[in-house]
Design a protein around this ligand. Structure first.
Ligand code: AMP
Length: 301
């Protein structure tokens, strides 16, 4: 089975205590699909401008990532600038230039619709997430990610989209912004009061991730032995790995999600060891499997 992923494709300017990079490849659906490529085919729906290098398409295709839905429009590619004052904190956004995303009307190509039961709405304008949901009804399992920018600017539209998915994956700050609750416990119960979702995943960086359902709570550690260089894309690559695991299993139980989260933790620990997507492009299945095994042992799974 394959995954349709809708999200941003970007040029990022990133500054962390370990250095600085300008106009490097980024975006939520790029990180997601690279991470997913080890276990599953993913099909990108996104937009870039005429300034986007053509060779990126073939680099993605080599990883079994389909790009028919990654359209090129007149104008500039989306760009984002973020600064991490300390490496463990959320970034401070310096700029968000929507550019070609301003007028983008996403469509799922017909060729993507065959043999597809999983949809992931990566971080992108909630109006576009809703548009994709309007046009796709045959999904077995749908996930959604977002960020503070959209929680602040498109709260209503975002809430409408969350109402229509199975799994919401956000970080702790985003959870507090959505629920306006300071205590985690109150935030959890508020989320399940507000939305029909089955699962909530809360990412906490080096503090691991939590899986919450109406009845249960689980905690998964992050891989402890990393040399953290740039946290960008950790969340998207975690989700890409998790959803590729679900796609391969073709099953969506709590146990499948927990196993997928360990795999996601192993994946994102590589993402953050270099700037941007560098490490994901070079990562070998053997390296990934080694760390995944170690993490399963640490987590006693
Ligand atoms: P994360 O996994 O949360 O670190 O996601 C990082 C990626 O999100 C970066 O590569 C950015 O290009 C992208 N991004 C930043 N702001 C936005 C936004 N408002 N909408 C969509 N994508 C964004």
């Amino acid at each position: 089975m394959s995954i349709i992923v809708v999200g941003s494709s970007a040029f990022d300017d990133i500054e962390t205590p370990k250095g600085k990079r300008v106009r490097i490849l980024g975006g939520s659906c790029i990180y997601f699909s690279l991470a997913a490529s080890f276990k599953s085919k993913s099909k990108i729906v996104s937009v870039v401008g005429e300034d986007f290098p053509k060779n990126i398409f073939s680099k993605l295709n080599k990883k079994k990532i389909l790009t028919e839905g990654l359209v090129v429009e007149k104008g500039k590619t989306f760009s984002w600038g973020g600064v991490y004052k300390t490496i463990s904190e959320d970034p401070e956004t310096r700029f968000t230039n929507l550019n070609v995303f301003e007028d983008f009307q996403p469509e799922i190509p017909n060729s993507y619709k065959k043999n597809n039961k999983i949809l992931f709405l990566a971080n992108i304008d909630p109006d576009l997430q809703n548009k994709i949901l309007d046009g796709s009804s045959a999904n077995k399992f749908i996930g959604l990610d977002t960020m503070n920018f959209w929680i602040a600017s498109k709260r209503r539209s975002l809430f409408k989209a969350i109402q229509r998915v199975d799994l919401l994956t956000i970080n702790e700050l985003e959870l507090k912004l959505i629920t306006k609750k300071d205590s985690l416990e109150r935030a959890f119960s508020d989320i399940f009061k507000k939305f029909q979702i089955k699962y909530l995943i809360v990412k906490r960086g080096s503090g691991g991730s939590m899986l919450v359902s109406r009845k249960n709570f689980h905690w998964i550690p992050s891989y402890p032995f990393v040399n953290l260089v740039d946290p960008t894309g950790a969340g998207d690559s975690f989700a890409g790995a998790l959803f590729s695991h679900l796609s391969k299993r073709n099953s969506f139980t709590e146990k499948d999600i927990l196993d997928g989260m360990i795999y996601g933790s192993a994946m994102s620990s590589f993402t953050i060891e270099s700037f941007g997507t560098e490490r994901l492009f070079k990562l070998s299945p053997k390296e990934l499997e080694g760390r995944h095994k170690k993490l399963r042992k640490i987590a006693r799974i």
